[in-house]
Write a protein that binds this ligand. Structure first.
Ligand code: ATP
Ligand code: MG
Length: 449
């Protein structure tokens, strides 16, 4: 069953395809209980209620959605009256959160078209970026405002049909990420869509259509106008969602990565084998693997790895040009690189603190004599510091690798063996991996004869 209708706007004509229940594979069994509760409550109160966006897309692909978003013609105030556990959020656009313990279902009122709404509360910057838009609209207007065709499908709780406004079903089957409307216009409205295109392409293993891919090369610099806090959130979704390595490759291919991590990109080489590039490969590989194994990942660790060689390079300049000590240069460089980084992606303070700790542990791990090695082992951040050292060992080889091996053995040894390892350090004068000078042994006072 297909019905078409015309709407003329900046996005152009949209075609509605309706797929009844027997023409798609979404079953209510796969929708979370809480999302279903919200959908039914809205419907019983006489409103339209649809599951929308990533939830519908992922269910159609046979994947488990990260979250279930709902769209309705009820206003936020009307939604609030229906649910005791409802909180209204958002200044840019009011949304309702229905709270079920830790599970939150987001319910959005259909949004109107910003072009028509211009005289009301929609504001655009000179570059055509949407700054604020608070206008409710119809479901077809809501669909046009969404980013990609595969994200503009609506599952109707009234009859379990899917309303597909932009040929999303076709693109989903063909594995194509395609912006709705004119790509350049849509990217100028919201440059983050360039990052989202890359994210969905790698996460869903799809291609980006030519018209959608083509403008990215010259529009990528628009990312510089995006608030650093938003780019931070996006960078986590890009690199910490289980497909980090693929996503990173695509980001580089499209010239997007350098706008997220400019200082890192400065060290990139033609052969793609600089220490920085090797380190990024290692950390993203292990991040992807941890996520695949259902383990937790710490963003601070990834940022620490990405920024380590930029810190080293800057520290080398400080030692060279200003005669700073190694220790001071590394501290100063660490602060400088982080300060610069948060201007593009705002890594929160709790993470920058951890990043510094992991970096500082790198030189502390060299000094193992006396009780030091035993004390280091007790540190909260020892594990992160050691894992980091191991990755550096893989990249740098030589003394760093030997030091990482020493720590590996140390951790897996019993008390006596550990003591022997430490004693051995002193006896053989073996300071493998240590770049620092040992204090010269105190001269024995000469016996006066
Ligand atoms: P994910 O699996 O990452 O959650 P998603 O498609 O659900 O993917 P969200 O960021 O949760 O992505 O957004 C939900 C929906 O809101 C999208 O599917 C899309 O329809 C719409 N949307 C989100 N961000 C934008 C944007 N920048 N421009 C236009 N539409 C957007
Ligand atoms: Mg989502």
């Amino acid at each position: 069953m297909t019905s078409d209708f015309d709407t003329t706007n900046s996005v152009g004509k949209i075609d509605l395809n309706v797929y009844p229940r027997d023409q798609h594979n979404i079953s209510r069994e796969h929708i979370s209980e809480n999302a279903l509760k919200v959908l039914y409550r809205l419907q019983k109160a006489g409103y339209d209620a649809f599951l929308v966006g990533g939830g519908v897309r992922d269910l159609l692909l046979g994947k488990i959605p990260k979250d279930f978003d709902i769209a309705t013609n009820a206003t936020p105030e009307q939604i609030k009256l229906l649910f005791r556990n409802c909180r209204l959020i958002g200044r840019r656009f009011r949304l309702a959160h229905i709270i079920f313990g830790r599970d939150i279902i987001e319910v959005a009122t259909f949004r109107g078209h910003h072009q028509q709404a211009e005289k009301q509360t929609s504001v655009q910057s000179e570059e055509g970026m949407l700054l604020r838009d608070n206008v409710y609209g119809s479901i077809d207007e809501d669909a046009e405002r969404r980013d990609f065709t595969i994200n503009a499908m609506y599952y109707n709780i009234a009859d379990f049909s899917i309303h597909d406004y932009a040929n999303g079903m076709r693109d989903l089957n063909e594995g194509m990420v395609r912006l709705i409307g004119d790509a350049e216009v849509r990217y100028r409205e919201d440059p983050v869509r360039m990052l989202r295109a890359v994210r969905f392409a790698s996460k869903l293993d799809m291609d980006i259509s030519f018209e959608t891919a083509d403008p990215i090369n010259y529009l990528a610099p628009l990312l510089q106008g995006i608030p650093a806090a938003r780019l931070y959130e996006e960078s986590l979704k890009l690199l910490q969602s289980g497909h980090g390595l693929d996503t990173y490759d695509l980001l580089r291919e499209f010239g997007l990565f350098e706008h997220l991590f400019p200082q890192v990109a400065e060290l990139f080489t033609e052969e793609e084998n600089s220490k920085t590039e090797q380190m990024i490969d290692l950390v993203l590989e292990s991040t992807d693997q941890r996520i695949a194994e259902g383990k937790r990942v710490n963003p601070a660790f990834m940022f620490a790895a990405m920024l380590w060689y930029p810190v080293e390079a800057y520290a080398a300049r400080l030692m060279d040009q200003q005669g700073m000590s190694h220790y001071d240069a590394m501290m100063t460089a660490g602060n400088y690189i982080l300060d610069e980084q948060v201007r593009s992606t705002a890594i929160p303070r709790r993470h920058t603190a951890t990043i510094r700790e992991v970096w500082q542990l790198q030189s502390r791990l060299e000094r193992r004599s006396g009780k030091r090695a035993f004390r280091l082992l007790e540190l909260n951040k020892f594990r992160a510091g050691f894992d980091f050292l191991e990755m550096r060992g893989q990249v740098e080889q030589g003394d760093t690798q030997k030091l990482a091996q020493w720590w590996h053995t140390f951790q897996h040894s019993g008390r006596n063996m550990r003591q022997a390892m430490v004693t051995d350090l002193g006896a053989s004068g073996n300071r493998s991996g240590s770049g620092r000078r040992r204090r010269p042994a105190k001269k024995k006072p000469k016996k006066s004869s």
